[in-house]
Design a protein around this ligand. Structure first.
Ligand SMILES: *Cc1c(COP(=O)(O)O)cnc(C)c1O
Length: 353
């Protein structure tokens, strides 16, 4: 740290992203990216003519992309917000709606605690239940911002729409942010509740199910007033936060929604294959509704398995936090990748037996 750093940030603990090795020799199952390329329409839409236009600023209102999203999801453009990845939206939501503090599960997306610390939002972390699930009742009547990833990460477990509705009813004077980064892999979106609850903010992303992690595109649905609050913060920091090429890629992606739906179906099939194969090897596998599984074995320590896999060219995500350090989070890739993963795990277990 330099001697110039503002004191209020001196103790900040930044988020640690998953490893992004520069060489491509790993089977990369550690950051929940899609194994499939963006749809053909995206590849042709981002062309030389569009590159030439990079001399011009992009549309800060994302007018066309916003209209397309509104149409596809059956809401008004005024209910849609777009940003540089959903991380950007979470950041702004903590700023905008965290005035009375925030409550979220103790084991969830690691960025929540970082944003809380960054903006001086008082954070309360509620432990997961013994089965790693979330008891919605514990988040009711808290009088602060509620943030829940549904499905949750890194467990992959989801809560019901009834539970989401209970959170909305019992925290009527605060925003309930439902982070649906993984909803397209078999989860149920709470978007239909938006008509009845003006305190709901639904956050989604093009990073996972729509194969655009590197383009950085997140979106949110909320009441007109809630979206206007996010816009105010955006126009106070970086109005051009969704760049020209990303807007074009996003529009093209929405025009080929069926391609992505089919990819999600394949991921769900591969998830079933992977979970079944891991269970056959004696693993405990949580019932994931996301594009990853969270699994542990009694036969090998979680970190040891992570390191052994890495040595053999397979990258998964391990968290050192005590409650979950026996687990690994394994992104669901292509069928070939998952077969290689299972073979490698079998080899490791045989060798230590
Ligand atoms: C991946 C992820 C995000 C961030 O997605 P980006 O749109 O790439 O910023 C947000 N929330 C959860 C729970 C995630 O897993």
């Amino acid at each position: 740290m330099s001697r110039f750093m503002n004191e209020k940030y001196a103790g900040l603990e930044a988020y640690t992203p998953g490893e992004q090795p520069r060489d491509q020799q790993y089977i990369k199952l550690n950051t929940n990216e899609s194994p499939f390329p963006p749809s053909p329409g995206v590849l042709s839409a981002v062309n030389a003519a569009e590159l030439e236009k990079l001399r011009l600023y992009c549309d800060p209102a994302c007018t066309e992309l916003r209209a397309k999203l509104a149409e596809l999801y059956g809401v008004k453009p005024e209910n849609v917000y777009l940003a540089n990845g959903s991380d950007d939206i979470l950041n702004f939501a903590f700023m905008a709606f965290g005035g009375d503090g925030v409550v979220y599960p103790a084991i969830s997306y690691g960025f929540y605690s970082v944003f809380a610390a960054l903006h001086g939002v008082e954070a309360e972390e509620i432990p997961l239940e013994a089965d790693f699930g979330i008891d919605a009742e514990k988040y009711c009547g808290r009088n602060k911002l509620v943030v829940i990833a549904n499905p949750n990460a890194p467990t992959g477990l989801s809560i019901s729409l009834d539970d989401v509705e209970r959170l909305l009813q019992r925290n009527p004077n605060h925003v309930v942010l439902i982070d649906e980064a993984y909803v397209d892999f078999g989860g149920e979106s709470c978007l239909p509740l938006l008509k009845r609850y003006d305190n709901l903010l639904v956050v989604q992303t093009f990073s996972k199910s729509r194969s655009l992690a590197g383009a950085r595109l997140g979106f949110a649905f909320g009441s007109e007033a809630v979206i206007a609050d996010l816009e105010k913060i955006k126009y106070s920091t970086n109005p051009y936060n969704v760049n020209r090429l990303t807007q074009i890629a996003g529009i093209a992606a929405l025009e080929q929604d069926e391609y992505y739906k089919e990819n999600c179906r394949r991921i769900m099939e591969n998830r079933r294959y992977t979970a079944d194969a891991l269970k056959a090897l004696g693993f405990t596998v949580l019932d994931s509704k996301a594009n990853f599984v969270f699994a542990k074995s009694e036969r090998i320590d979680g970190e040891a398995l992570y390191l052994e896999l890495k040595r053999r060219g397979v990258l998964v995500r391990h968290f050192s936090r005590e409650e979950i350090c026996q687990f690994n989070r394994i992104t669901i890739g292509s069928r070939e990748e998952m077969e290689r993963f299972i073979e490698t795990v079998s080899e490791i277990l045989e060798e230590i037996a």
